[in-house]
Design a protein around this ligand. Structure first.
Ligand SMILES: Nc1ncnc2c1ncn2[C@@H]1O[C@H](COP(=O)(O)OP(=O)(O)OP(=O)(O)O)[C@@H](O)[C@H]1O
Length: 366
């Protein structure tokens, strides 16, 4: 089902947790709310769940205005990291909970509840654990139980607040892939709150980046990486070297990067420049003279990561050369393939330096 939030404001004493949030999700979409601590992610999710209410603004789910509709009647499944399972209930009783607390008229029969619980435990791939208690299963299995419990009421909207936080890295990867598969199979709409951008990138169709109670950009992972709307997004999503620059008469001079001025469309004044490591590429060793000094080299599966000493700055870049050709202490030529500049009045631009690549060595650019 579709979800529309319009002008949501939520204030707590002295804090504006949400400062006019508008966001529309398509039915069947998997969206992530991503942002630093305190940016308002959980508050927004709680408002969607009906566990909290906005001071201003509206929430519509499948076109229905939800002002005043209590959580239990929203048909929303919620999984919180700290929303622990009931320890005194078996796994099966935990999963059945949302059905058993329904008013008598809407409550399925015990036989129907047992059938649904069995189907759900099958779905989350722990059919044999029904009779165990939560502290008799692993963290990953507990998370699956929490999901089964949220899905028991057959929600068409699933809200997940840092649901994988308690899991170790390997299990986490496996469980989140499985959650995405489940989302696709059930055809539900899901909203995930996380501050882990890898998680958001892997799971979500679109990501809403939040900063201080506002959504600063809502887009696909690719759009956020390639066309960040603000300097905050450029610095927050993906890795980037952050440099200062100056624009004069349409030419950008980057401090600490010995490249010739780059033609840009942003206005004159000071500028912030972001260069992704993959856009700063080691070209070749220059021998002992000239070039930029390689400070660190780290092998990765597909290519080698390097840290380059450029003036006062240490910049992350990449190299496709065999390891023995690029080692700490060597001096190399480097190509700048692409940069994003944020200039005066919030204008920004992603620039592919004309003539493809700007090659530079320390002190002398070609
Ligand atoms: N019940 C509350 N009373 C007072 N302030 C609150 C309350 N709930 C949230 N806040 C404040 O509102 C702001 C947003 O909090 P929220 O929990 O939504 O952020 P978040 O992005 O989910 O952060 P985190 O990643 O740390 O969980 C914070 O400044 C927080 O301190």
């Amino acid at each position: 089902m579709s979800v529309e939030m319009e002008g949501i404001v939520r204030r707590f004493a002295g804090t504006t947790a949400l400062d006019g949030v508008s966001l529309t999700l398509k039915a069947g979409e998997f969206a992530a709310l991503l942002g630093p601590s305190g940016s308002g992610k959980t508050t927004l999710l709680r408002i969607l769940a009906g566990l909290d209410f906005p001071d201003a603004g509206r929430v519509r789910i499948a076109g229905v205005d939800l002002a005043g509709v209590p959580a239990r009647q929203r048909g929303v499944g919620v999984v919180f990291q700290h929303y622990a399972l009931f320890r005194h209930m078996t796994i099966a009783e935990n999963v059945a909970f949302g059905l058993r607390v329904r008013p008598r008229r809407q409550r399925p029969s015990e036989a129907e509840i047992a059938r649904r619980v069995a189907t759900l435990l099958e779905l989350v791939q722990i059919p044999d654990l029904a009779a165990r208690y939560p502290d008799q299963v692993s963290g990953g299995q507990r998370q699956r139980v929490a999901l089964a419990r949220a899905l028991a009421i057959e929600p068409s909207l699933l809200l997940l607040d840092e649901p994988f936080g308690a899991l170790d890295a390997l299990v986490r990867k496996e469980v989140r892939r499985w959650v995405r598969g489940l989302h696709d199979r059930l055809g539900i709409t899901s909203v995930l709150v996380t501050h882990d951008q890898d998680e958001a990138m892997e799971l979500a169709d679109r990501i809403a980046v939040m900063d201080r109670g506002r959504i600063v950009q809502f887009g696909t992972p690719r759009a956020l990486l390639d066309d960040p709307a603000t300097a905050f997004v450029a610095g927050f999503i993906g890795e980037a070297n952050r440099l200062r620059g100056e624009v004069r008469g349409g030419w950008l001079q980057i401090r600490d990067l010995p490249v010739p001025a780059v033609r840009v469309a942003v206005g004159d004044g000071s500028a912030e420049v972001f260069v992704r490591p993959e856009d700063l590429v080691v070209e070749a060793s220059t021998g002992c003279d000239g070039g930029v000094e390689v400070a660190l080299v780290r092998a990765e599966r597909s290519r080698t990561r390097v840290v380059l000493r450029c003036g006062a700055a240490m910049l992350d870049g990449v190299s496709d050369h065999p390891d023995d050709q690029v080692a700490p202490g060597m001096r190399v030529g480097v190509a700048l393939r692409r940069l994003t500049v944020f200039g005066a009045e919030g204008l920004h631009e992603t620039v592919l330096p004309t003539r493809g690549t700007v090659r530079f060595t320390e002190g002398a650019a070609t």
